[in-house]
Design a protein around this ligand. Structure first.
Ligand code: ACK
Length: 958
C-alpha cells in the first residue's frame, strides 16, 4: 500500500517509516525544537511496534515546530518524490481549541553539496492538508484515518538535500516519509538490452536510449527505446537478430543444436542440415558435406550436397565421309544436380596392326560442333577428321561439383576408325508399311559412291526389352521387310552399311511399331498413281504407257537456255504446250516407279517413287499427277508449273526431272525431298534444331530466292508450306504453279480488289494494288524467317486477315519468336519495311546469314551473339521504328493472350518495363501453362525488350 509508482523506482531514502528497525530510527529525522515533535512508538494490532513523530500543540498560539531529515544523497535523481503518510486531527474534534488549532503543515527542502547543520534557507515545497481526518465506524466511533500525500521536489542538482516539516499548530502524527525518484527500469526488448534510465525533468520530452544486442545477436536496425517521464519505456524502434548459428528462444539467442545450422543472421530458426551434409557441433553456421559429396561455390547452403555424375551411357558413333557423330544418353546418376554438361576428349591412335598403338591428343584442327567442352545436349558432330586413323573419343559428364571430387572421373569411350567412313544414313530410314508381324523399311544411301555399298545390316529389338536381345538381317537393296515381329509392338532399328573396307558405324535409332497402319499401301500405290516398274507393284501395273518422247533426250539439261538468265513467262506463249515443250523434258513412264501417295495436290495426288536413270541407278522422285477427267485449262495450268520449274537450275530451287504428257496420267516428276514441306517438318521437330541449323535453312531459301529474283521471277507465294526439305535439311523453293495467282493455295483469300492472296505472307502493296515484285517476295521471306524461327507457328496466330492488314497498316510487326537472336528479328523487321525500296535484296540476306554462320562456326560457343555484331547493308538510321504498346492490356490483346491479363497484374507485372524483364520461368510461374502460349508471350516479351532497348539506344546496334 505504500508504493505510489513502480516498485522498481529507486528509493532515495526511507527517511522515516513505522517499520524501520529501532537501530535506524531517529537517525533520519531531527526535531527542532526537539521537545515539540515527539518520537513515539506504539503497538499495532499484531503487537508490532509503530514508530511515529507526533506534534499536537493545538492549544497554544504561534506554533513553529520544525522536524528535519538528515542529509539525503541525490544519486541520479533529477526530480524527487516525497511520499508522506500521516494522520491529522480535525480541529472540530478537539474541544476548546478554536483559533489556535491548525489542520495543515508545511514541507520544505534545502539542497547542499555536503551535510551541514544549517537549517536556514529552506525552500517551501507545499502546504499539506489532510484529505480525511476521521471516519465514522459502525459502532459510531470516530476513527483517525491515515493520509498519504506525494509531492514533487526539484529539479534537484546538488549532491544531496534535506527535507523539513513545519508544524504551525496542528495535531499531526507522521507515520512514514519515503523519498524516491522515477526511472525506466533496465529491460530486454527485441533482443536488445536497455539500461536503467532516469527520465527528463521536463515531462514532455523523452530520453532516447540505444539498446545493446544480447549475446550472439547483432543489430539489424539500431535498437532504441524512449524513456517517458513516468518511468515507462515507449516507442520501441529497430531490433537485433540472432547471429548465424543461433536462434531466438525466450528472448535470448541460443546456439543451433548439432544436425542443425543457420547460415545467416536473422529472425529465422536453425534449419535441419540438407541431405548428404551434417553439423557435429553446437552453433553450426553451415553443414559440412558428407564424404564424397560437395557443394559448388555458387550452391546455397540450403542445397543438398551433390556429387559428380556417373559416366554417360550408350555412347555410339555414326560416321559418313565428312562428319562423325557421337551420341550418348545421360548418366544413370546425375549426382543430384541439374547443371549437367559433357566434355568430349579425343585421342588419335595410329599403329601397326597388332603392334603397340601410339596415341596422342587429337589435332587442334579437329572441329566439334557445337563445341568439344560444356556440351549441353547429348550429341556432337566431329568434323575435319583425318582418314585411316583410330580416334578414341572419351565423353565425360560433368556437373558443378565435378572439379571438387578426387580420383578419376568416369568416362564413356568409343574408338572410331575413319577408314570406315561410309554413306550417311542419318534421318533417312522410313517405315513404308507395317502389318501385324512385319515392318517394311526403306532408306536412302548417302550421295557418296552408292555402288561401294555391298550390303546393309539391320539390327532391331523390341523397345520394351531394352536391347536384352536383338536380331539382325541383311539386305543388298536399301529396303527390307522385317518379319516375325509381334503385333502392336514398338521396335528399335539401327542400320549400318558394309563396303569393301568394312562396316560403317550404326545409324541413329529409329522406332517403328507393327500393326498400326493400313496394310493396303500397295493398293494405294496402284489405285492412286501409276505404278510402272518397282518389283512390289509389278503385279498391279495398269497404266497405258506410251514410249518416251524421242525428241528430247532423257538427260538434256533442264535449263533450256544456258547462259540466259531471264525467266520467260509461259503465259507469253500463245500455245502453252509449246512452253512445256520448250522448258521441260519428257520422261518415259516406264522409268517411273510410283511407290506411295504422300499428299494431295490441287490437281491430283502427289506420290513418291523412283526414276530409273541411265546407269540403271534409281533416283528418288516426287510425282505430281493430274487426276483424270480434267479440263484442258486444268491441264494447261498443271503443266504451267513444270514450264516454269524447268527454267531453273539451282540447288535451292526444286529441280524438275521431267514431265509425262504423252500418256495418262499426266505427271510432273521432281526431285524427292525426304522431309516434305518445311512448315510441317518444323512443327514435327519443334525445338530440335540449333539456331545455326535454322539459319542454314533460311540461308538456303534466301539463296534460292536470290537465283529466282536474278532470273526476274517473282514467286508471289513464298511461305514455309511452299519450301521443301530434303534429308540433309537442304531447303528448296517450290510451288511455281501460279498463273491464276495462288488459286491453289488454301491460305489465299480474296482481297477487295478481287485477287486471291495469302494475306499473312504478302506485302501491303501487293495486297492493296497487286504490286508484286522481288521486294514483295522479300516481305514474304521475312514471314518465312519468322515461321522457321518459331518452328512453324502460324504468322499472326489466330488474328483474322482483316486484323492482320489493319495492324500492319498501323505499324505492328510480328515479335521475335522465342529463342530467336535479336539480329535475325531485326532482319525480319528489315524485310517488313513499309517502303518496299528499303527492304533488303536477297543477295544481301544471303551474305548477312553467311556472316552469322561463319562467325558462329569460328567460335562455336557463341551462337547467338555474332549476329548482333553484324549490320545491314543500309545504315541504322533507316531501320524502322515500331510503336510500343501502351498498357499490359493492349499488349496482351495484340498477341491474343488477353485471358492472362489478370495473371500479369496479380503477379505485380503492371508495366511494360517490368514485363520486358520477365523470363520464361516467370511466365510459367504466373500461371501460363500451355507451351504454345508461353512461347507466344515470351517471343513478344523479347520484342518488347528489344524495342525498349532500341528506344534507349535509338538504333539497331543493341
Ligand atoms: O508436307 P508434305 O509431306 O510435303 O506434304 C506435301 C504433299 O506432298 C503435297 O504437296 C509433299 N511433296 C510435294 N513435293 C514433294 C517433293 N518434291 N518431295 C517430297 N514431298 C513432296 C509435301
Amino acid at each position: 500500500a505504500m508504493s505510489l509508482t513502480s516498485t522498481l523506482s529507486p528509493v532515495l531514502s526511507v527517511v522515516f517509516s513505522p517499520r524501520v528497525s529501532s537501530a535506524e530510527e531517529g537517525t533520519h529525522l531531527i526535531t527542532a525544537p526537539t521537545h515539540h515533535w515527539d518520537a513515539i512508538t506504539e503497538m499495532d494490532e499484531q503487537n508490532r511496534p509503530i514508530h511515529t513523530f507526533q506534534v499536537c500543540n493545538v492549544m497554544e498560539p504561534n506554533q513553529n515546530n520544525w522536524l528535519r531529515s538528515n542529509w539525503i544523497q541525490r544519486q541520479a535523481a533529477q526530480k524527487v518524490f516525497v511520499e508522506l503518510r500521516f494522520t491529522l486531527r480535525d480541529c472540530n474534534s478537539i474541544p476548546w481549541v478554536s483559533g489556535t488549532c491548525k489542520e495543515t503543515f508545511n514541507l520544505f527542502y534545502l539542497e547542499t553539496d555536503q551535510p551541514h547543520s544549517a537549517t536556514t534557507r529552506f525552500l517551501p515545497v507545499d502546504t499539506i492538508a489532510a484529505d480525511e481526518s476521521f471516519t465514522q465506524t459502525d459502532l459510531g466511533d470516530r476513527v483517525l484515518r491515515l493520509n498519504t500525500e506525494v509531492r514533487e521536489v526539484g529539479p534537484v542538482t546538488r549532491k544531496g538535500f534535506y527535507l523539513a516539516f513545519q508544524d504551525v499548530g496542528a495535531c499531526i502524527a507522521l507515520v512514514s516519509v519515503k523519498v524516491f525518484y522515477k526511472r525506466c527500469p533496465s529491460t530486454l526488448r527485441n533482443l536488445a538490452a536497455f539500461p536503467d534510465t532516469v527520465p527528463r525533468v521536463d515531462s514532455s520530452s523523452l530520453v532516447e536510449v540505444r539498446g545493446a544486442c544480447v549475446e550472439n545477436a547483432e543489430e539489424r536496425d539500431t535498437p532504441k527505446l524512449y524513456c517517458g517521464a513516468d518511468g515507462d519505456w515507449l516507442v520501441p524502434l529497430g531490433l537485433c537478430v540472432c547471429s548465424l548459428g543461433h536462434e531466438e528462444t525466450d528472448g535470448v539467442c541460443q546456439a543451433c543444436r548439432p544436425g542443425f545450422y543457420k547460415a545467416f543472421a536473422g529472425n529465422t530458426k536453425c534449419s535441419k542440415c540438407p541431405p548428404h551434409s551434417s553439423s557435429h557441433d553446437q552453433a553450426g553456421t553451415i553443414c559440412h558435406c558428407d564424404k564424397g559429396f560437395y557443394r559448388a561455390a555458387k550452391d546455397p547452403s540450403s542445397m543438398a550436397c551433390t556429387r559428380s555424375p556417373s559416366a554417360p551411357r550408350n555412347l555410339i558413333s555414326l560416321i559418313n565421309e565428312t562428319a562423325l557423330f557421337l551420341t550418348w544418353s545421360a548418366p544413370s546418376d546425375s549426382g543430384g544436380r541439374k547443371d549437367l554438361t559433357y566434355n568430349v576428349l579425343c585421342h588419335r591412335c595410329s599403329g601397326a596392326p597388332g603392334g603397340e598403338e601410339d596415341c596422342e591428343p587429337c589435332d587442334a584442327d579437329l572441329r566439334f560442333v557445337p563445341r568439344p567442352l560444356g556440351i549441353t545436349g547429348t550429341s556432337v558432330a566431329v568434323l575435319d577428321f583425318a582418314k585411316h586413323v583410330n580416334y578414341t573419343f572419351y565423353v565425360e559428364a560433368v556437373n558443378g561439383v565435378s572439379s571438387l571430387g578426387q580420383g578419376s572421373r568416369p568416362l564413356a569411350n568409343i574408338t572410331v576408325t575413319t577408314d570406315q567412313a561410309g554413306p550417311s544414313l542419318v534421318g533417312v530410314v522410313r517405315k513404308d508399311w507395317a502389318s501385324d508381324n512385319s515392318i517394311a523399311l526403306s532408306w536412302l544411301e548417302g550421295e557418296q559412291q552408292p555402288n561401294a555399298i555391298l550390303d546393309y545390316e539391320i539390327k532391331y529389338y523390341e523397345k520394351e526389352q531394352e536391347q536384352l536381345s536383338y536380331s539382325s538381317t541383311r539386305t543388298k537393296t536399301p529396303r527390307a521387310v522385317v518379319t516375325g515381329l509381334k503385333p502392336s509392338t514398338v521396335y528399335v532399328f539401327r542400320l549400318r552399311s558394309r563396303t569393301a573396307t568394312g562396316f560403317t558405324a550404326y545409324s541413329n535409332t529409329f522406332e517403328f511399331s507393327t500393326g498400326d497402319e493400313s496394310k493396303d499401301v500397295l493398293c494405294v500405290c496402284v489405285s492412286a498413281c501409276v505404278c510402272a516398274c518397282c518389283n512390289r507393284c509389278q503385279g498391279y501395273i495398269k497404266a497405258k504407257i506410251k514410249s518416251e518422247d524421242k525428241r528430247r533426250g532423257p538427260f538434256q539439261n533442264v535449263v533450256p537456255f544456258p547462259g540466259i538468265k531471264t525467266y520467260v513467262d509461259p503465259d507469253t506463249y500463245e500455245d502453252p504446250t509449246q512452253a512445256v515443250h520448250e522448258f521441260t523434258k519428257q520422261i518415259d513412264p516406264s522409268r517411273i516407279c510410283i511407290e506411295r501417295v504422300i499428299g494431295a495436290g490441287e490437281f491430283g495426288e502427289v506420290c513418291s517413287g523412283r526414276l530409273r536413270t541411265a546407269g540403271q541407278t534409281e533416283t528418288p522422285v516426287a510425282i505430281k499427277t493430274l487426276k483424270g477427267g480434267y479440263m484442258e485449262r486444268q491441264r494447261r495450268d498443271f503443266l504451267r508449273e513444270a514450264s516454269i520449274m524447268g527454267q531453273f537450275d539451282n540447288p535451292n530451287v526444286i529441280r524438275l526431272e521431267g514431265v509425262v504428257t504423252k500418256s495418262r496420267p499426266v505427271m510432273i516428276v521432281v526431285e524427292y525431298m525426304e522431309n516434305g514441306s518445311l512448315d510441317s517438318f518444323l512443327r514435327k521437330h519443334d525445338g530440335q534444331f540449333t539456331v545455326i541449323q535454322l539459319v542454314g535453312m533460311l540461308r538456303g531459301i534466301a539463296s534460292g530466292m536470290t537465283y529466282l529474283s536474278d532470273m526476274g521471277y517473282v514467286h508471289r507465294d513464298l511461305a514455309a508450306r511452299n519450301i521443301l526439305v530434303n534429308e540433309a535439311l537442304v531447303c528448296k523453293v517450290s510451288d511455281f504453279g501460279l498463273s491464276r495467282v495462288l488459286e491453289d493455295d488454301p491460305e489465299a483469300a480474296y482481297t477487295t480488289t478481287g485477287g486471291k492472296i495469302p494475306i499473312r505472307w504478302t506485302a501491303p502493296e501487293a495486297i492493296a494494288y497487286r504490286k508484286f515484285s522481288s521486294a514483295s517476295d522479300a516481305w514474304s521471306y521475312g514471314i518465312v524467317m519468322w515461321e522457321v524461327m518459331s518452328y512453324g507457328e502460324r504468322p499472326y496466330w489466330e488474328m483474322s486477315n482483316q486484323d492482320v492488314i489493319l495492324s500492319i497498316e498501323e505499324g505492328y510487326r510480328l515479335p521475335a519468336p522465342m529463342g530467336c537472336p535479336v539480329a535475325l528479328h531485326q532482319l525480319m523487321l528489315h524485310c517488313w519495311q513499309k517502303e518496299r525500296g528499303q527492304r533488303p535484296y536477297f543477295s544481301d540476306v544471303v551474305s548477312f546469314l553467311d556472316n552469322g554462320i561463319r562467325f558462329s562456326l569460328r567460335s562455336p560457343v557463341v551462337i547467338i551473339c555474332p549476329f548482333s555484331k553484324l549490320s545491314f547493308p543500309e545504315s541504322p538510321e533507316v531501320m524502322p521504328h515500331y510503336p510500343l504498346f501502351i498498357s499490359i492490356g493492349d499488349w496482351l490483346d495484340s498477341i491474343k493472350m488477353s485471358q492472362y491479363k489478370s495473371n500479369f497484374l496479380a503477379a505485380g507485372f503492371t508495366t511494360l518495363d517490368s514485363v520486358s524483364a520477365m523470363t520464361l520461368e516467370d511466365v510459367r510461374r504466373i500461371g501460363v501453362s500451355l507451351i504454345g502460349h508461353q512461347r507466344r508471350i515470351v517471343s513478344s516479351i523479347q520484342t518488347l525488350r528489344l524495342q525498349l532497348l532500341s528506344d534507349q539506344h535509338n538504333g539497331f546496334h543493341v
